[in-house]
Design a protein around this ligand. Structure first.
Ligand code: FAD
Length: 297
């Protein structure tokens, strides 16, 4: 495997745009795929003894959750993020953060704007999610209202500042759409954990956009072997619970694969059966359909 210093230098401070006015950029990094291998090989004593090639070793480590070698690499980012997205981001406690202070400086004069065609509708099945969009004509009205609201909130903030109000209090009514900026440093293991959670389809689209930019623009070129293993064994992996395995066994035993929906329901777990709505059953069905074990409707 090769050293990543040349590619890292081309990435450093390059701003990858996200949303209307956000970005992520790499400030600094330590290590490469080689650092992961080097740390793992210390387990073999001599350090030089090769029981497998480097790529195979990284893939083995990731597949089997041998996580500490991935903690030997670190990345430091500079990010510009709307405050509501940042609020989700900072829940990941295994990173070091320094954020722009709106007590010390004037709040950044920029807010996350929504295009008329980008107003998402509340999902019916998933209370946390969205599905589909409002028509662009109706969205046009919401986007206009949004712009007026942002302007009014900003004007109020500026008026308070002009009247000598402390920045720490003047900011209290700024919308969560206001951008903030921060340094964010995290090791590769915990970054992959962040990416696995925030690139998933159930994560909110805004934070997903940041995770995708970090993953594709920065992690992939800097740690190509680790990233490939992450896609193969973590992000692209699908786990089957014991209950799900039992349902598959019953379907296979009855030679019902690929199964119709009724067969799946007939052989579902007994704990799911009396429930009219059952998220676990829905998840099982989704996985089985993805694997071709249950026919699509
Ligand atoms: C789709 C989605 C929806 C979410 N919805 C909600 C919600 O509705 N409400 C809400 O409050 N949060 C929500 N969250 C946030 C979520 O519960 C986690 O707080 C967040 O994803 C951070 O995950 P983490 O703790 O694994 O990561 P990190 O904080 O980076 O921690 C990484 C790992 O380190 C270990 N660790 C870290 N700190 C500790 C500790 N103090 N003790 C023990 N182990 C520790 C754990 O193994 C942890 O998995 C949501 C997250 C996602 C992805």
């Amino acid at each position: 495997m090769s050293d990543n210093s040349a590619i890292g230098e081309t990435l450093r401070w390059k701003k990858f745009p996200v949303l209307n006015d956000g970005f992520v950029c790499l400030v600094d990094w330590m290590g490469s795929d080689d650092a992961v291998v080097q740390a793992a090989r210390v387990s073999y004593g001599a350090g030089t003894k090769r029981v497998s090639d480097d790529r195979t070793l990284i893939r083995y480590l990731l597949r089997h959750h041998h996580t500490t070698p991935f903690e030997m690499a670190e990345l430091k980012f500079y990010v510009r993020v709307p405050m509501d997205t940042w609020r989700q981001w900072v829940r990941h406690r295994t990173a070091s953060i320094n954020e722009y202070s709106t007590r010390y400086s004037h709040a950044i004069d920029s807010a996350c704007e929504t295009e008329p065609g980008a107003w998402r509708l509340q999902a019916k099945s998933n209370r946390q999610g969205s599905e589909g969009f409002l028509s662009a004509e109706e969205g046009e009205i919401l986007s206009r209202e949004e712009a007026a609201f942002h302007k009014s909130a900003r004007d109020l903030y500026t008026r308070r500042i002009d009247m000598g109000i402390a920045r720490e209090q003047a900011r209290k009514d700024l919308p969560l759409a206001t951008y903030t900026e921060a340094y964010w440093k995290i090791d590769l293991h915990n970054l992959l954990h962040f990416l696995a959670l925030r690139m998933e389809s159930n994560a909110q689209i805004e934070i997903r956009s940041y995770a995708a930019a970090i993953a594709e623009e920065i992690v992939r070129p800097l740690f190509p072997v680790t990233y490939e293993a992450f896609l193969d064994y973590r992000f692209g992996a699908l786990t089957l619970t014991r209950l799900e395995q039992d349902v598959i066994s019953r379907l296979a035993g009855a030679r019902k694969i690929p199964a119709a929906l009724d067969d799946f329901l007939a052989m579902q777990d007994e704990a799911w059966r009396p429930l009219e709505r059952c998220r676990e059953r829905d998840e099982a069905l989704e996985k089985f359909r993805r694997l071709g074990l249950v026919r699509p409707e």
